[in-house]
Design a protein around this ligand. Structure first.
Ligand SMILES: Nc1nc2c(c(=O)[nH]1)N[C@H]1C(S)=C(S)[C@@H](COP(=O)(O)O)O[C@H]1N2
Ligand SMILES: [Mo]
Length: 197
């Protein structure tokens, strides 16, 4: 079963295609550096910071978590949008619940295996549409698109979704990630064209 979440734009704007975006059928690759190595035997995913219970998962353990498939749109800050991507994975709230997020947590930092980081307010993460995705259109997520595991954020520009994600940290004060430190918007709402800060 596929959960269609492409209607979420009603919360933010009038049009499914955010202002200043062009629709593409392709799925371009945007990476700050190369595609990092992945070894399923040594891969480890950690949940740390302001939580009641820090967590760590092997690849097999992560793949045993409850998962779902969603139809989502993908908006890149450089101006292209791809509609109707099917991503399969674990929702952010599912993981947050297992970690028993502390009352003081207000912000989240995501870590990628290529030393990428990106941040979001906790409330922007606590949505079922924020997925730790290992599948795309019925296949494994391609390595160049962040496989084995990436985050997708259909309500925010796609730089908020770390490819090759292997860590999540809950923070009691906001901090900035890789692009956020380099002038991209902290909030990144595509319908409000929050591209730069
Ligand atoms: N780890 C990591 N995640 C990343 C990036 C990156 O360079 N490294 N690029 C970001 C940017 S700017 C975008 S637009 C999307 C691109 O995803 P795609 O290559 O699958 O299209 O991933 C985001 N997540
Ligand atoms: Mo991007």
């Amino acid at each position: 079963m596929v959960r269609d979440v492409t209607e979420l734009y009603h919360e933010f704007g009038d049009d499914r295609l955010p202002p200043g975006q062009r629709k593409t059928e392709k799925f371009p690759v945007l990476s700050k550096s190369g595609t990092p190595e992945f070894d399923p035997e040594t891969w480890e995913f950690s949940v740390t910071g302001a939580v009641g219970k820090e967590l760590s998962f092997s690849w097999d353990e992560f793949r045993d978590l409850p998962c779902e498939t969603q139809r989502q749109d993908f908006h890149c800050v450089t101006g292209w949008s791809k509609f109707d991507c099917e991503f399969s994975g674990v929702t952010f709230p599912e993981l947050a619940e297992r970690a028993a997020v502390a009352d003081g947590a207000v912000h989240v930092m995501f870590y990628g295996m290529d030393d990428y980081t990106t941040d979001l307010p906790l409330e922007q993460c606590m949505r079922d549409e924020v997925l730790f995705a290992w599948g795309h259109d019925g296949d494994d997520l391609p390595r160049e698109h962040g496989g084995p595991l990436r985050v997708v954020t259909p309500h925010r520009y796609a730089y908020k979704g770390s490819k090759w994600v292997n860590g999540v940290e809950f923070l009691t004060d906001p901090e900035r990630g890789y692009w956020e430190k380099r002038g991209y918007s902290d909030s990144a709402d595509p319908w409000n064209e929050e591209r730069y800060s």
